[in-house]
Design a protein. Structure first.
Ligand SMILES: [Zn+2]
Length: 231
């Protein structure tokens, strides 16, 4: 019986929230066609993340689907708080747009890259009852992308709030650890793209990518649904 409860809760929140558009509050749909058009097809490479500590001049591009602001910020909040399936679908399409931006700049754009999602903090997963990126990854998997859940969260809940900037930067480097990489990948590594919902300072991506590179993963880019330039 308990297995049905999360699904029921999701359906109920759909009914309540589907009455007006998240973007413009027009009644009738969760995200009206004009608002959907406004945020689609805007994916671009925002900037390069630097990994000078690992190798001189090592840069990895970060692509976003849309700037962090209305209506994408509300779409992401609502999805993470309520696990609305329709939003997971729209957000995964937006993320696919930024993944394609990166793939189109690769010499062999025909092969789909491996996607490595950034896991939520353990505390958030417990509070929400799901990991938002896992659900989005499932949509991308159906679209043909291989998914590798190789990152393990080891951030302590709330700890970074009490640290100064320098400490926070150091703490972020052991934010994740990497699972044992399968032999078949080590023998034949394909380009991998690290994915997340929001990129602000890039610290989370940088921490995750550093660990993956050190584990021998061929990371070619990072992709997020929304991004804010905040350096
Ligand atoms: Zn609208």
């Amino acid at each position: 019986m308990w297995q049905f409860l999360p699904k029921l809760a999701t359906e109920l929140s759909d009914l309540v929230l589907a009455r007006e558009c998240i973007g413009c509050e027009e009644l009738g749909t969760l995200l009206c066609a004009p608002c959907r058009n406004k945020v689609s097809g805007r994916a671009h490479i925002m900037r390069d993340l630097r990994f000078d500590e690992l190798a001189e001049d090592l840069r990895i591009p970060l692509a976003i689907a849309y700037r962090y602001g209305p209506p994408v910020d509300a779409m992401i909040y609502r999805y993470k708080d309520n696990q609305i399936p329709e939003l997971a679908s729209v957000l995964s399409m937006l993320l696919a747009g930024s993944i394609q931006q990166l793939a189109s700049s690769e010499p062999d754009g025909s092969q789909k890259p491996l996607l490595i999602p950034i896991p939520s903090r353990d505390a958030s997963v417990r509070a929400r009852g799901f990991d938002p990126m896992v659900l989005i990854s499932r949509h991308l998997s159906r679209a043909g992308y291989p998914i590798a859940h190789w990152l393990i969260d080891q951030r302590t809940a709330g700890r970074s709030k009490t640290l100064g900037t320098a400490d926070r930067k150091n703490a972020s480097y052991d934010a994740f650890r990497v699972r044992a990489i399968p032999d078949r990948y080590v023998r034949n590594p394909i380009p991998a793209i690290v994915i997340d919902d929001v990129a602000t300072s890039g610290t989370t991506f940088t921490a995750a990518v550093s660990q993956l590179l050190l584990s021998g993963v061929h990371v070619s880019g990072c992709a997020a649904i929304a991004g804010a330039r905040k350096l």
